[in-house]
Each structure stands twice: as structure tokens, then as C-alpha cells.
Design a protein around this ligand. Sequence first.
Ligand code: NAD
Length: 321
Amino acid sequence: MKRALVCGAGGFIGHHLVSKLKSLGYWVRGIDLKHPEFEPSQADEFIIGDLRLLEVTQLAINQGDVVDEIYQLAADMGGAGYIFTGEHDANVMHNSAMINLNIIDEATKAKVKKVFYSSSACIYPEYNQLDPNNPKCSEDSAYPAAPDSEYGWEKLFSERLYLSYYRNHHIQVRIARFHNIYGPLGTWQGGKEKAPAAICRKIAEVNDGGTIDVWGDGNQTRSFLYIDACIEGILTLMNHDYLGPYNIGSDEMVSINQLVAMAAKAANKTIQINHIDGPLGVRGRNSDNDLILNDLGWAPQFSLEAGIKLTYQWINSQLNA
Ligand code: NAD
């Protein structure tokens, strides 16, 4: 039986990943500052602990038999309202870098067979994402580096950290750059929620014909990947010989206004938009999936419309709970 450690197992993607690994027959230890918010974890062991602390990281990796695989998803992060205001920059950089420095060094010492690291589309340079209809996010466009947030800079630093341990110490690492993952059991209120969840919540809160606030003119573009497809992408990458970094995202690009229309359709409501000032991030972003399709044969198998419908239904049920 393979033994996996999921770091960030109380978070959105980590929690879904634990469930998937359990269904595949893994023994799983989760670690996080908190338990999952919306349902209990299926992990065999769940440590409430702070991965910024070396002794906690050592315990998570070494307690009992050393784990075979680590899935590193722990980070100090949130949506645009958390990352792009600048107020959390020092915490984001310090906390996430500490976690990654501890994990890869201890994993190497413990001779862990493989480590997955979750990077982000936020590493891509702002200068390639100014045209909302033609953003460039191929993996090789990451340099010359110019991320538009400190969150992106930390992710880029940590990608390089994991790759340098691979080169110098031969530990197997796998790196993905996630592009806006969404779905049920994700944060949907409180300031750390991302655009799909925030829009679904706002629509669920108003009556048919109501108005919701949207940051900016709504013509900024993004792509959104449903959680199940993300988990498939992680496992595909872990079971392959290539290291990455690879984009794990959807290439179904929409404007935020189109996303609102899709969520309104899922809610069966007519919705008006009130455009207000707010933190925005880059003008356009879309996952370029050519490389991962070519190397690993992976492409997402879930339409945005179907995913938004499931997400809306879940958030609506939470509001009415
Ligand atoms: P999340 O915030 O739901 O989960 C991250 C978890 O890490 C949280 O539960 C948090 O408590 C935990 N954590 C933070 N600091 C910790 C510490 N010091 N010790 C232990 N645990 C700690 O985020 P998510 O959406 O599940 O994202 C998972 C990973 O994927 C993150 O690294 C994130 O940067 C990356 N990512 C996510 C997206 C997305 O759209 N969700 C996009 C790009 C990259």
C-alpha cells in the first residue's frame, strides 16, 4: 500500500485529493492548520500542525514509516481580494516559502520517492497578459519573469527550489501550474473566495432580476478548471516521468461577464451587473494545454457550464443550510 502525505489537506484541493487517494487504496496522512471546512477528511491520520515549523514538517514526513509520496498544496493564499491588494504580501511570501523550504529539504533527507508541488498561473509575466483576447501562458513564456503579485514570485521561487533539489539531490519532483480551480467544497465567502464561488454566492443571494457587484468592467478573461479534472491532472503528472512545470488548467476562456451569465443560467435567474472598482489581476489569462497534452496526453474533460452548475447548486445549498 502506498503511503502519501497531503500538505494542505484541510484546504480545497488537498481535501478532494485525500478523498481520491483513499479511493485508489492509498494510506493517507493529511496535515494542515485546520480541518476541512465542509466535511470530515477521509485521511487515515490528520495532523493539525504548522508546516512553517521544521519539527512539525519532520514529524509529518517521518512519523512511523517514511511516506512514499508528498503532495504539497499548503500555501498562504486566497482570491484576488487577498493576493492583489498588497496587504498580505509579507505573510504570503514568508509563510509559503518557509513551508516549501522545510518540505523539500526534509523530503530529500528522508528519501521520499516523489514530491508534487502546486505552483500557479500567477507566475506568468504580466506583459503577456495585457490583451484579454490573446493572453500567452505557454510554459516556456514564464521568463523573463514578471509576475504581477508577490504570490506569483514566491511560486516561481519555489518551482526553482524544487527543481534545484532534483538537480543536486536527485529527488523526484513534479510541478504543476494550476489555473483557477473551482468546484463544490471550496471557500465561497469571507474574502478568500475566488471569482466562480463569489459570483455564484452573489447570484444565490439576490432574487430573479436582481443586481450583483462585479470588480472591473467584467471584460477581463480567465479560464476555470473543475476540481475533478484538476485531481486527474495531478495524478496523471505524478504517474509520469516528466517533471514539468506543466499547466493544469482549462483552455475554455471566458470573460467575467460571460461567467456571470453562465452562473445566472445555472440559477435560472436574470441578473444585472453593477461594475465597481476592485482588485483585478491581469487583463487576460488562459491555460495553454499544448505541452501537457503532447507529453502526458492529458486534457480536461469537463465543460465550464457543467462545472458552474454543480458549484452553484452546492453554494446555494450552503446558503440555505
Ligand atoms: P486552500 O487555501 O484551500 O488550501 C491551502 C491550505 O494550506 C489551507 O487549508 C491552509 O490552512 C493550509 N496552510 C496554509 N499555511 C499552512 C501552514 N503553515 N501549515 C499547514 N498548512 C497550511 O487553497 P487551494 O485552493 O486548495 O490551493 C492548493 C494549492 O494550489 C495552493 O498551494 C495554491 O497556491 C495552489 N493553487 C491553487 C489555485 C486555485 O485556483 N485553487 C490556483 C493556482 C494555484
